[in-house]
Design a protein around this ligand. Sequence first.
Ligand SMILES: NC(=O)C1=CN([C@@H]2O[C@H](COP(=O)(O)OP(=O)(O)OC[C@H]3O[C@@H](n4cnc5c(N)ncnc54)[C@H](OP(=O)(O)O)[C@@H]3O)[C@@H](O)[C@H]2O)C=CC1
Ligand SMILES: N[C@@H](CCO)C(=O)O
Length: 436
Amino acid sequence: MADTLRIGLAGLGTVGVGVIRLLETNRDLLTARAGMQLKVTAVSAQSRTKDRGVDLSPFAWVDDPVALATRDDVDVVVELIGGSDGPALELAKAALANGKAVITANKAMIAHHGLSLATSAEAQDVALKFEAAVAGGIPVIKGLREGTSANQLTSIYGILNGTCNYILSTMEDTGADFADVLAEAQDKGYAEADPTFDIEGVDAAHKLAILAAIGFGAELDFDAVRVTGITRVGAADIAQADTLGFVIRLIAQADVEHTPGGDRLLQRVRPCLVSKAHPLSGVDGPTNAVVAEGNFSGRLLFQGAGAGEGPTASAVVADVIDIARDEVGAPFSIPVANLSPMLPAESGERTERTYLRFTVTDRPGVLAEITAAMRDAGVSIESLIQKGRADDGGGDVLVAMVTHEGPERCVRGAIDLLEGSDSLTAPPLVLPILPD
Ligand SMILES: NC(=O)C1=CN([C@@H]2O[C@H](COP(=O)(O)OP(=O)(O)OC[C@H]3O[C@@H](n4cnc5c(N)ncnc54)[C@H](OP(=O)(O)O)[C@@H]3O)[C@@H](O)[C@H]2O)C=CC1
Ligand SMILES: N[C@@H](CCO)C(=O)O
């Protein structure tokens, strides 16, 4: 066996620099654990001259990252550029085609192209590893591939986007504005290059689709994830939720439904009200948490830093150690050819409690109109709060309500009945309440 694993590193941003620092800081213990030295030999980024706070002089510089795939001094390619397509994908494909192992933190690329990349990796009998792509420093992919592999999982859910969690929990703690807190999350290196991926829920959807494939043995199906981001959650909703005993968190959830026609998969990312008694309510800042329910293990909770330089580098280098130890395995736990195609499940008959917020004109009869729509659609109201009556009357007010548990289709029916009503001055906000 070689005494050195030679790494070609593409991308020297938040995570790439973290990998260089970790390899340097923990060098001796990594050598002991990997059974060989882990050494970066060549690097690539856009700017050769940018000061990155680390010494790049020991490494060969490569202008075109795809060239790392064919270098003789590279055994494993670590892709930390980002983006579902473009140079990241070209590099991953070329490296696998050349029989080199690939490690990536790129959930967008894995969510869109994971099955074809895994097929190439399996054909070449080389590793494709992406622990850092989901939940930053939490070893949740390892947890599902290895730790829960003896179980039939019924549900996987949790907080998968550090930026959204940082925004929601900071707004809750400080009352700060959405835009200011997003800028802070960007400064701290949590957000994606395009932060709309974070706040619109797309990043969490990428991660959920990956976890569902690994946890349920399902063919990865990112397009089937139903996604709602956090951009419509306002300070007033956070305050109302607090009054009612809840916090608001962006929850990604995947469940398998066993039907006579075969298993179906429901994958959703939605802001939810989470009871202050629920373990996920205490997950603050860029922390992520994933709950997996197994038929023998019961409920498991994985929690830790979901973004940032150190935690993400930790997950990337753990994958490097696995490769040094020759722990390859199928990227999605079972070979791609054996993953089950699962149709998307319907959600209409599923029951849940719901929080609804209406922004309405302050005039007689408006509340009666809303409650009549609820009655006609078969929605039972548990509690109702009206806030912010304008001093002179006639302005907008917020009406917030929580429903009793009932079918999702009934709430949708009530919203449809109110469609076009001139009493509503903004589209209603509908947030499910996460069951305990
Ligand atoms: N930041 C985080 O907390 C986490 C990030 N990830 C994922 O890790 C990956 C990297 O993220 P992050 O480090 O934050 O991203 P950054 O934007 O900080 O870094 C991206 C790096 O890629 C380089 N790059 C961009 N385009 C090219 C190109 N065409 N050719 C060569 N290099 C290029 C950039 O070069 P230059 O610096 O010269 O501009 C930069 O060094 C992404 O897939 C992201 O989703 C996953 C988990 C957590
Ligand atoms: N932008 C991502 C980085 C970690 O994947 C997040 O905020 O969670």
